[in-house]
Design a protein around this ligand. Structure first.
Ligand code: R5P
Length: 291
């Protein structure tokens, strides 16, 4: 078995490889001036190759995965496992208007054609119950960072009220709260544009309390920003945020901090200055369970 990683996930892959006691190889990647990708795999490859890459900013990365997986097969790999802690294109899970591409199904099928196993963390599954519905293979494995986040929060804070900014976040917030014995509540959110959020908080829960907003991802940061502003208006003490996937596009991080969040923490599913909750233990255990 060998771990192969692209440079944008190399540090995390190194930790994973040492947990699995497996060799690590870096995939060479070059972009030509017209943005075509050139990739080269380290040789020789063993029968089982584990390719690691988080799929934020996914369009180039998906083509590079196609090149990588196809080449690895041609070079003799019999089993290909993808570790993609952040899984892209999960939002569009149905055709809400005629003509809409259901990208979750399309990209899921592409990954299923390339890999024997796909492992990811807290994927954005909304209207489907299991990851295998999006990625139709036996080992489509959806892990949760709830334990890692819970342990981290317990070390950092004696007590805080956890806030999920929308109904979808309840699955993570409730699990974390019950693991560490903190209270939680859920706001009501409506997204009215890429950067426009309407939100209402449940009544009378926040005055003079430390609050941690918990979400699966921060993309534009508008969800965190809106929640933080409402919490400030409700008299919260210190406001923190934890996200599993720190996408933080454009001004997202600055926007969230300006809205009054004291500290943002995230997992290392994506390399980001906020990434301090490590997932290599979770991923290594899941890989051990399937090999
Ligand atoms: C939405 O359902 C997700 O759970 C996140 O709340 C959302 O993707 C965050 O996006 P943004 O940072 O753009 O508000």
């Amino acid at each position: 078995m060998m771990i192969l990683a692209f440079s944008d996930y190399l540090n995390q892959a190194q930790r994973l490889a040492s947990r699995l006691n497996a060799p690590l190889g870096e995939i060479s990647l070059h972009h030509f001036p017209d943005r075509e990708s050139f990739i080269r795999l380290p040789l020789p490859l063993p029968e089982h190759v584990i390719v690691c890459r988080s799929l934020n900013q996914p369009n180039d990365k998906l083509i590079e995965l196609l090149l990588c997986a196809t080449t690895a097969r041609e070079l003799g790999a019999k089993r290909l496992t993808l570790v993609a802690p952040y899984l892209c294109y999960m939002r569009q899970d149905f055709a809400n208007q005629p003509g809409v591409a259901v990208s979750q199904r399309i990209i899921g099928k592409m990954l299923a054609n390339l890999f024997d196993d796909v492992l990811t963390v807290d994927p954005h599954l909304h209207r489907i119950a299991s990851l295998a519905q999006a990625i139709p293979i036996k080992n489509a494995i959806s892990l949760s960072a709830a334990d890692e986040i819970g342990r981290f929060l317990k070390q950092k804070l004696e007590y805080a009220m956890l806030l999920g900014p929308d109904s979808e976040s309840e699955q993570w917030v409730a699990t974390i709260a019950s693991k560490i014995g903190f209270d939680y509540c859920i706001a009501h959110k409506k997204r009215v544009g890429d950067k426009q959020i309407q939100m209402t908080l449940p009544d009378n829960k926040f005055f003079n309390k430390p609050i941690v907003i918990i979400d699966d991802m921060a993309s534009t940061g508008r969800t965190l920003g809106k929640a933080a502003r409402l919490l400030q208006a409700a008299g919260s003490k210190d406001i923190y945020a934890v996200v599993t996937h720190a996408l933080f596009c454009g001004d997202a991080e600055a926007h969230s901090l300006q809205a009054g969040i004291k500290t943002i923490w995230s997992t290392d599913s994506i390399d980001h200055p906020t990434s301090c909750i490590k997932l290599d233990g979770l991923l290594a255990n899941a890989i051990k369970a399937i090999i």
